[in-house]
Design a protein around this ligand. Structure first.
Ligand code: DQA
Length: 147
C-alpha cells in the first residue's frame, strides 16, 4: 500500500523546537524511520511537510488516486482548520491523526481536533514513535483488519 506521511506547520523545526515538549528527534529522522518501517512492512512511503494550509490541502487532494492512506500531523492547523478537515472528507482516504505530544494533557485550545471526526483514529503522546504506530494502524486497516 502507498502511504503519505504529511506534516504541517512548525514540524520542520522538530529537534530545535521546544524539545521538552516535542523531543530531540528531527523531522528528517522521523521521515527516515517511516521509510525504513515502510520498507520492512511493505508500504511505499512518501513524506511531505508544509507550513502553509493551502499547500497541505493540495497535498491531500494530490493523494487522491496516488495514495491509499495518509498519516497526518497537521500541527496547530489541527485545532483551527476546517479546510483541512473538508479536504480529508473530499478525498475519502483513510487518515490516521498523529501528534507527538498528548494534546489532551495540554492547553484547552489543543483539546479540540477538527481532524479527529474524519480520521480513522488519533495517536498522541508517544513522540516520534506515534508515526510508526500510525503506519501499523493504517496498514492493518488497509489489510481489512478490525482496526
Ligand atoms: C502537535 C500538537 C499541536 O497542538 C501543535 O500545534 C503542534 C504539534 C504535536 O505533534 O504534538 O504543532 O501537532
Amino acid at each position: 500500500a502507498r502511504v503519505l506521511v504529511l506534516n504541517g506547520p512548525n514540524l520542520n523545526l522538530l529537534g530545535i523546537r521546544q524539545p521538552e515538549v516535542y523531543g530531540a528527534t528531527t523531522l528528517e529522522m522521523i521521515d527516515a524511520a517511516c521509510h525504513a518501517h515502510g520498507e520492512a512492512s511493505g508500504l511505499a512511503i512518501t513524506c511531505r511537510q508544509s507550513n502553509h494550509e493551502g499547500v497541505l490541502v493540495d497535498a491531500i487532494h494530490e493523494a487522491r488516486g496516488t495514495q491509499d492512506g495518509i498519516v497526518l500531523n497537521a500541527g496547530a492547523y489541527t485545532h483551527s482548520s476546517i479546510a483541512l478537515r473538508d479536504a480529508i472528507s473530499s478525498v475519502a482516504l483513510p487518515v490516521v491523526e498523529v501528534h507527538l505530544s498528548n494534546i489532551h494533557a495540554r492547553e484547552a485550545f489543543r483539546h479540540q481536533s477538527h481532524i479527529a471526526p474524519v480520521a480513522l483514529g488519533q495517536i498522541c503522546g508517544f513522540g516520534a514513535q506515534g508515526y510508526i504506530l500510525a503506519l501499523d494502524a493504517l496498514a492493518a486497516h488497509l489489510d481489512g483488519g478490525t482496526s
